[in-house]
Write a protein that binds this ligand. Structure first.
Ligand code: CO
Ligand code: ZN
Length: 336
């Protein structure tokens, strides 16, 4: 999976600009699925038919969703000296930005910094930040209003743990691709959906959840961790296994689906943690209230520094998430 992490995390794709990521995933899963389509918003919807002998028309539909987009910035203004001002795309942490590099769609690079302020003891706001693209003046700037940028994309490894600007949610895409590689056909029709525009309001999950009309749905996304110095009081730690969501800022996971995931993890000997996240949510929130309602839950990859330009995850949790998703997708959903 290490190679897959480089392939997916080093692809450019802020919200609304997921085309490159989608193209890569299409190439990766083409031989693994029975059907693939792209909907009007750009979601990639892949279907794996149930085992031979199971009626594909009546087989329960399980939707697994990971979002392809990542947070970033978008240019709002170019000044005479050639500096760019910008707005956030998604929940960017302003304090983490000064000194960070951004990459535009054409591969050009800029660095974010802070203008000099009277009272430098206070945290800078977004309107104090600018992007320096190395231009001598406005006439030399190749970027314009409306151009999006992502944070620097090279993946580094620290103590065997990958650091990326976009583990949220490329690591979820890695888990879902790897799940498709290992998945054995079972009683369910499995819909692997790579969604768009999660970071700006679960837009892709809203339409693809309606389109697939699943009988159960699991989002694969990152969550926080409580294992950093004076960190938040959260009983999720890196390396202790994937987290099964109980609740986050947007939803309460379906009790039956959560219990089923815990049971399958125990049966298969997969270490897991229970997650209560006080802020933020995932694609599962949108799918849960789709149509007349869908039992929905989430398998989360514990991550440090979520939404900062350097996010850190543990490979054991990534591996455990793949195993858990296979165990759930290959078994019966009748007990929900
Ligand atoms: Co996010
Ligand atoms: Zn996410």
């Amino acid at each position: 999976m290490n190679e897959l992490i480089h392939t997916l995390c080093e692809a450019w794709g802020p919200s609304g600009h997921e085309g490159r990521v989608r193209q890569i995933i299409e190439g990766l899963v083409d031989d693994l699925v029975d059907e693939m389509r792209v909907d009007a918003l750009g979601n990639l919807v892949c279907r794996v038919a149930p085992a031979p002998g199971v009626d594909p028309e009546t087989a329960p539909r399980l939707m697994l969703a990971a979002h392809m987009d990542e947070i970033g910035v978008i240019v709002t203004h170019v000044d005479e000296a050639g500096y760019l001002r910008f707005a956030p795309v998604g929940g960017v942490i302003v304090g983490s930005l000064p000194g960070k590099r951004v990459t535009f769609e054409d591969g050009s690079v800029g660095v974010i910094n802070v203008e000099r302020r009277e009272d430098a003891s206070r945290q800078p706001g977004l309107d104090h930040l600018y992007i320096d693209v190395g231009a001598a003046d406005k006439s030399a700037v190749t970027q314009g209003v409306g151009d999006a940028a992502s944070f620097r994309q090279a993946v580094d490894w620290a103590g065997g743990r990958p650091i990326a600007a976009n583990h949220d949610d490329r690591i979820g895409c890695v888990v879902l691709v790897e799940t498709l590689r290992r998945l054995k056909r079972g009683p369910n029709a499995v819909y692997a959906v790579f969604t768009v525009q999660e970071e700006i309001g679960l837009r892709g999950a809203t339409t693809s959840g309606y389109g697939v009309a699943p009988d159960a749905a699991i989002a694969i996304d990152v969550t926080g961790s409580g294992d950093t110095p004076k960190g938040m009081k959260m009983d999720v730690h890196l390396g202790k296994g994937p987290a099964i969501k109980v609740k986050d800022g947007g939803m309460i996971a379906h009790r039956g689906l959560r219990a089923l995931m815990e049971q399958r993890a125990e049966e298969a000997g997969i270490a897991f943690q229970l997650e209560v996240l006080t802020g933020g949510t995932t694609d599962a929130m949108a799918i849960q209230t789709s149509r007349a309602g869908v039992p929905a839950g989430c398998v989360s990859i514990p991550s440090r520094y979520v939404h900062s330009p350097s996010q850190l995850v543990d490979m054991q949790d990534v591996e455990g998430a793949v195993q858990l998703l296979c165990a759930v997708a290959e078994g019966s959903l009748a007990d929900l």
